[in-house]
Ligand binder design. Sequence first.
Ligand code: BG6
Length: 478
Amino acid sequence: IPVDPFDLVIFGATGDLSTRKILPGLYRRDLAGQLPEAARIVGAARSAFDDEAWRAEVAQAIADHVPAERIEPEARDRFLARLSYVRLDATGADGWDILAARMRPDVVQAYYFSVGPGLFGALAERLHRHGMNREGCRIVVEKPFGHDLASARALNATLAAHFDEHQIYRIDHYLGKETVQNLMAVRFGNMLFEPLWNAQYVDHIQITVAETVGVAGRGGYYDKSGAMRDMVQNHMMQLLCLIAMEPPYAFEPDAVRDEKVKVIRALDPVEPADIVRGQYSAGNGHVSYLDDAEKSESLTESFIALKAHVSNWRWKGTPFYLRTGKRLRARTSEIAITFKDPPHSIFGEQEGQKSNVLVIRLQPNEGIKLKVTIKEPGPGGMRLIEVPLDMSFAEALGPGAADIADAYERLIMDVIRGNQTLFMRGDEVEAAWAWTDPIVAAAEARGDRPRRYDPGSSGPEDALMLMHRDGRRWREIR
Ligand code: BG6
């Protein structure tokens, strides 16, 4: 279903995110028939392009980032014809009048700040000054949304000086992932899970976001962030919220976001003993973190594992174990909910009887798996084994699975539709920083040296211990 006609301005149009995700994503939406005839995209950046030169850049970006079988010359040319370029100085005066004149009054207007947060204030202020912050227009801002609570508050205040909260779309691209949204569908669209979804029946929850990439090329940013700020404060926090939150009364922006904020506020401070930080060393054909980040010394973590507690009626006593890192064995993101054992086994002690585990696989090979205990087939008596009830989305959805939109495409379409459900509200971001700050500060104050781990491993040994000492174990990263 096509969205309403729109003018979308991308500030930072020649940057990495725009080239890799935003523009190829918009092309795919066009290919899927979702962009109306009157949709226009304006690239704005400092580079000295004209419309033609920028279109050539975007054609290249599509060639580089869209699979060849999905590039249809006719659709691509139709898409390119929607593009125009304005050379603009974000912190100066140049280009702003031209941009203002290009905006059509009778369509949805959206401004994507695909730039560093240092420029958010300048852009917001200039949009205001040039009369572009009209009622109904939207701005889209990227992470990192601040560096800590104080800077996030300052950013919120800067944006709030020129735009209302309902106009501000803070992106966390994990919320745009198909399977992440499926978390809500699974929880609230089925009767099966919800009655068991609490501390009485759930032993613990593991959230893993493992990556094989290192930080080469973005060490400047990464070394100031580390895994805690780069992944936990935002993406992993969102996953935790979607698992832990109470049922919202409707799938509507504030209903969903109110419930998420309550979860974040219910998080206990994390004990220093429940945090393991790691940094990858050289090995397996890869250079070390220090080399990737081009530093001679750094205490920044490229891996973190921690144990969190949500102190409310539903979750008191059920730990949430979180881990994420770069240069690990495999690229895999999953959430595993391990249920408690039955109160009494009528079959006696049996090795084959394992706890039920619901695994929600976010990427790659998206799907849902439920491990259940059954009788081993055959005449060998009542021997129990564990088998998976396995649903891979690719199989369940057939060829349609190939059309699943990338997170960015979906989120941008939500911006045009004016739906904030999958975007973070200001108070949510601030609450997440309020929980994150002490964790970062404690590590910095102690001057902790992160544990070394080998590239291609599951992270430092100590991370295994974090669960072992509770009599539990991490799932394998594969
Ligand atoms: C980004 C982080 O937000 O998410 C990166 O800054 C990380 O460090 C990326 O690699 C992971 O996203 P995805 O979609 O590849 O899981």
